[in-house]
Write a protein that binds this ligand. Structure first.
Ligand SMILES: [Zn+2]
Length: 81
């Protein structure tokens, strides 16, 4: 089963590890979000949510369980060490 990374801000799967995984953060190529909080799920699950129009609600629910600090997008986390 293929796993996909989903951006918690815009719901895009165009997400990759930021700076080749060195920072442990994720980068969304769609909206520019950078942060340690990302949603991982099965591709089929993602497609199902999207088709049902439930993706947004699903993301909201996921975000509700995350501490404020983690949710904050970190544009350039490596700028100030
Ligand atoms: Zn995004």
């Amino acid at each position: 089963m293929k796993r996909v990374l989903v951006c918690p801000v815009c719901g895009s799967t165009d997400v990759e590890l930021d700076t080749a995984g060195i920072t442990g953060k994720f980068y969304c190529k769609n909206c520019g979000y950078v942060g340690s909080f990302i949603i991982e799920m099965d591709e089929s699950e993602y497609e199902k949510l999207k088709e049902a129009g439930e993706l947004e609600r699903f993301l909201e629910k996921k975000k509700a369980n995350v501490p404020e600090e983690e949710k904050k997008p970190e544009k350039y986390p490596y700028e100030n060490p």
